[in-house]
Design a protein around this ligand. Structure first.
Ligand code: ADP
Ligand code: MG
Length: 157
């Protein structure tokens, strides 16, 4: 299904949703995460990375200052945060082109800062906070069918 959405009501639910996505995710895949500060990008990334079996939940932190965290047990998983990057750059100019050298799952926070040219399947995920509470609207766009075999309930029902 190319596009679907989910609402979560807590960080735990967002982590669980990430694990659900991870179960259908195989390298190579580029997961682009969009959303304001505090929207839940890192939280969802934690669910995906731990769901992939690449790291334990408590060992996954935001790569805000390091730009990229690499996890390696069951295939390569990279967690990138472009928050501190100014302007639009490609992975090449940030020094991350090596990440595309072999099939991996690459998660990118602040993906709007990426000027992307790739033949990898791309999954776009947009997170929105409704305001003061813990609800998050999470929209997933999987144009390339990278979420293998993910069956979704019909929308708007
Ligand atoms: P981002 O990476 O987008 O800046 P984080 O994942 O670091 O966001 O932070 C999200 C914050 O919002 C965390 O403190 C988390 O506990 C809280 N939160 C509350 N409700 C949710 C939810 N439904 N989904 C994700 N995070 C939530
Ligand atoms: Mg973050």
């Amino acid at each position: 299904m190319p596009e679907f959405e989910r609402e979560t009501r807590s960080a735990e639910e967002t982590i669980a949703f990430g694990a659900e996505l991870a179960a259908h995710l195989r390298p190579p895949a580029l997961v682009l995460l969009y959303g304001e500060l505090g929207a839940g990008k890192t939280t969802l990334a934690k669910g995906i990375i731990s769901g992939l079996g690449a790291a334990r939940l408590e060992d996954i932190t935001s790569p805000t200052f390091t730009l990229v965290h690499a996890f390696g047990n069951h295939g390569l998983v990279y967690h990138v945060d472009l928050y501190r990057i100014s302007g639009r750059h490609d992975l090449d100019s940030i020094g991350l082109d090596d990440l595309l050298a072999e099939p991996a799952v690459i998660l990118v926070e602040w993906a709007e800062k990426l000027a992307l040219r790739t033949d990898w399947p791309v999954i776009e995920i947009r997170l929105e906070s409704s305001g003061a509470d813990d609800r998050r609207r999470i929209r997933v766009r999987d144009e390339a069918g990278a979420l293998h075999g993910l069956a979704q309930p019909a929308r708007g029902t």
